[in-house]
Ligand binder design. Structure first.
Ligand code: SF4
Length: 471
């Protein structure tokens, strides 16, 4: 099974990759299947059932809305994030859906999108079943899907459906563990981003890949810009105020003051705040995650809940590291993706499966690796940075208040972004040798996730979710 950097990073819609992007893709797959098998014209009604974590926190994550959009043929990459809510409201109000964008069926919001808070499908906590009925009420088609994290969807009824979507492409430098990756780097005298690039050339040319990665970077930048200017309260009922715009104003004002003071020697010098870069990193992460919480356009990296970390650390690289350029951005994303592949292959990036250590922990580890790579780290140092990035997120639970990707998620991304930068810098002070290998840390994350009680895995039935009063 082969994974690409473009599997780890993709354009999506907030607030959740597993609970919004995945269900939208699954619903569209179901609608496409109806059309492909000639069943669309006989369909008079479509029912959707969401189970497990999707049922428990689906309302807060917009899973129900995502299903309605997906059934109508819309995709997370291209759906208009400004009109999506209106489209869902229109479907509910007009009591009709246009399956695949064309075929009209009656729709009853309360009866046709069911969220089961305490029932699960067998293979994964994020299960869904779609059912198409004909005019006699007979079932024309029924399929179950699983949203397994990061927007990945598997067909639950397909043969061998398990952890990942199969891609049998043969890569020149296959690796499934960090040890194997490091051995390739040593043997071939390549960096981690070199290995990833060589593998990526199996799917597309270097120019195509570079263009796609820089497109992703531009979506990340636009997301930060949007988050820095969108004032107000986040949706969902928790009354969480967006903090990025005020922080942006404060930081730009203090930057202007510092510039003015520096250019006017007679003025009393304003001492440079040694932690100013950290404040900017906080801003970048808050901006992305507030956009995500508001259902905006984001890059899933590798999930939506943790979508602020890689962009925040990339912005740090571009803003604060001398000599930063587009080549560095590309190498950053490639090295980060190599680490993401290790998490996806050997553990999980799904909060519903292993808790937040799989989302924020994986993203922190990936960002640490990416930054270490572009700061000139050896493969051993990059692996060390990635290991530090996950080790200090082990055991992190997923307990979103009100089932919304807001508390603790938004702030957690800011903290993890700073942690990723620290991990990269720590690793750069060493020679790459260290006691706990990345492979062992990933295995520990998987085992810890398996031992974690279900209430700490994106069900909003434990932790902060029950100790913070919603208001
Ligand atoms: S707590 Fe972590 S895993 Fe859970 S929804 Fe928030 S960011 Fe995702």
């Amino acid at each position: 099974m082969a994974l690409s950097v473009l599997d780890l990073f993709s354009v999506g819609i907030g607030p959740s990759s597993s609970h919004t992007v995945g269900p939208m893709r699954a619903a569209k797959l179901f609608a496409d299947g109806l059309k492909g098998d000639g069943q669309l014209s006989s369909t008079v009604r479509v029912q959707s059932e969401l189970f497990g974590s999707l049922g428990a926190t689906g309302r807060g994550h917009g899973s129900d809305k995502a299903v309605v959009l997906g059934l109508q043929g819309l995709e997370p990459e291209t759906v208009n994030t400004f009109t999506a809510d209106d489209q869902v409201a229109a479907a509910a109000l007009d009591a009709e859906l246009h399956i695949g964008g064309t075929h009209r069926v009656d729709f009853n919001w309360d009866e046709d999108v069911l969220l089961h808070r305490r029932k699960s499908l067998p293979a994964h906590p994020n299960g869904m079943t779609f059912r198409a009925l004909d005019h006699t009420g007979a079932v024309l088609r029924e399929r179950s899907y699983y949203s397994i994290g990061g927007g990945f969807v598997v067909d639950g009824d397909a043969e061998g459906a398990d952890r990942v979507v199969a891609d049998d492409t043969v890569l020149p430098y296959p690796f499934s563990t960090a040890d194997e990756l490091l051995e390739i780097c040593r043997r071939e005298d390549m960096s981690i981003s070199d290995v990833m690039l060589a593998n990526e050339l199996t799917w597309r040319t270097e120019a195509e890949l570079r263009a796609k990665l820089l497109d992703l970077w531009s979506v990340m930048r636009e997301c930060v810009q949007n988050g820095c200017t969108a004032e107000g309260i986040l949706p969902g009922g928790l009354n969480v105020t967006r903090r990025a715009p005020a922080l942006f104003r404060t930081l730009t004002a203090s930057a202007a003051t510092a510039e003015a003071a520096a250019g006017t020697p007679s003025l009393v010098q304003v001492p440079a705040d040694p932690l100013l870069a950290m404040e900017w990193v906080n801003l970048f992460a808050l901006a992305v995650n507030e956009e995500n919480a508001a259902g905006g356009r984001i890059v899933t990296a590798p999930t939506n809940g943790a979508a602020g970390i890689v962009p925040a650390v990339l912005h740090y690289y571009v803003k604060f590291v001398p000599g930063a350029d587009d080549d560095g951005v590309v190498r950053f994303l490639l090295a980060a993706a190599a680490v993401g592949i290790l998490f996806k292959t050997n553990a999980s990036i799904s909060g519903a499966e292993v808790g937040c250590q799989g989302e924020v922990g994986s993203a922190c580890s990936m960002a640490a690796a990416g930054l270490c790579e572009v700061l000139g780290g050896t493969p051993g140092q990059v692996e060390n940075a990635a290991e530090v990035g996950i080790e200090h997120n082990l055991g992190l639970t997923c307990d979103p208040v009100g089932g919304l990707v807001q508390i603790p998620c938004i702030e957690r991304n800011a903290i993890a972004s700073v942690k990723a930068i620290n991990a990269a810098r720590l690793a750069l002070h060493g020679d790459g040798s260290h006691k706990v290998s990345l492979d062992k840390a990933i295995k520990t994350m998987r085992d810890t996730g398996a031992d974690m009680k279900t209430k700490y895995k994106e069900t909003s039935r434990g932790g902060l979710a029950v100790n913070v009063i919603e208001c």
